[in-house]
Design a protein around this ligand. Structure first.
Ligand code: FES
Length: 188
């Protein structure tokens, strides 16, 4: 998820933002926002340095152009003679650009990059209740799919009580992790 202030992109302009390992182009077309890959598939030039012509963004390097509303390729290596374009075109794939869902929340543009947040889907409150009631038997560890350590707790009565207490503290503090090593942050 990437957020950008609306006021930074006036109508008919574009900007780019780098986040979560992605380089994203955001375009304001008459008040409607579009987000797509900022990297040209030919030789990786940044499209944000190019030109916007209506709903088409033109690559600054060799003129390939793309429809910003759906990422579709419009023209491929337009600026070069066909023979050079045909040769260098082989260096990069002529393909459409990846697009991202874009919405407006208050004064911000929110781009959904599709990245999953690095926190567990399991609920902290549920884990805490299970740990409180069944922690001696590793119940909360079964809840987060840690079956190995769950069984170990089961057979050692929660590590003779010590492990049980440590886990209760970790869960309360939002540090306890599930099987994929993602912390349980959400209470509900
Ligand atoms: S890098 Fe974009 S057209 Fe060559």
């Amino acid at each position: 998820m990437v957020k950008v202030k609306k006021k930074t992109i006036s109508k008919g302009s574009m900007t780019s933002v780098q986040e979560e390992g992605k380089d994203i182009l955001i375009v304001n077309l008459n008040g409607k926002y579009y987000a797509l890959d900022n990297i040209c598939p030919h030789l990786k030039c940044k499209l944000s340095k190019g030109k916007l012509d209506g709903k088409t963004v033109i690559c600054p390097c060799h003129g390939s152009s793309f429809d910003v509303t759906d990422g579709k390729l419009v023209t491929w290596i337009n600026d070069w003679p066909d023979i050079i374009g045909n040769i260098t075109g082989k260096l990069g794939l002529s393909k459409d650009l990846e697009t991202f869902d874009c919405s407006v929340e208050g004064d911000e543009i929110v781009v959904d990059t599709g990245e999953k947040p690095d926190i567990s889907d399991k609920k902290r409150l549920v884990a805490l209740i299970i740990a409180f009631l069944l922690g001696w038997f590793g119940g909360h560890r079964f809840y987060v799919n840690k079956f190995g350590t769950g069984l170990l707790m089961f057979f050692t009565m929660g590590g003779f009580g010590m492990w049980y207490i440590v886990d209760m503290v970790l869960i309360t503090g939002g540090i306890f992790k599930d099987k994929e090593k993602k912390p349980l942050k959400k209470w509900l």
